[in-house]
Design a protein around this ligand. Sequence first.
Ligand code: DC
Length: 226
Amino acid sequence: MAKAVVITVDGPGGAGKGELTRRLAARFDYALLDSGAIYRVLAYAARKAGLALFDEDSLVQEAQVLNLSFEPAADGVHVLLNGEDVSQEIRTEEAGANASKVAAHPAVRDALLQRQRDFRQEPGLVADGRDMGTVVFPDAQVKIFLDASAEVRAQRRELQLKKQGKTAEYATILQEIKERDERDRNRATAPLKPAPDALILDSTALTIEEVEEKALAFIKEKLGSV
Ligand code: DC
């Protein structure tokens, strides 16, 4: 039997993956997997439990019992840890950096692999992350790699933080983005890189509408209908 359709959207933080993923999932009425949220919640739970982010064995144990759920709400999908809404807490810059550290451990990634694959369902799934097309769903029917310059990603993040009324300094954000990129791209296991059969989209000079349009054209080419 043919497997349910998966559209993977990989790329560095701030390239617009989240927004593209949400739009595609809504358009096709597909399920959505925000894999970064899983690493963010694991890092958050580990910190709460007093674990060191370099302690791979303890992190694996934590990953195995992680009680995580996603709950659709009017303002997007909320992330629950042991039934408690941690959506805000896991979205800070620090939480992103911690997630990137936790995600660098091969055994931790292994422990979370099946949990991610379980999101595949009819009529389809849009999966957002770093290794969706390379490791988690290598047989995905459509693979997109969304990139953008670090400078533009930092500008977008600065704007986003300001809108939320938070103080944000461009230079610091850019520095953090570069550090996270460096770690995600250069780790030994499942590094951030496009799958050979992915459409590479550079969103540096594109609006989200233009990105969506190009993604839709590629999906049509791959799936035959949109
Ligand atoms: O997409 P995000 O910013 O929420 O991801 C946070 C971190 O989690 C990212 O810096 C690296 C890690 N991550 C990963 O290693 N693999 C994924 N599929 C998704 C995220």
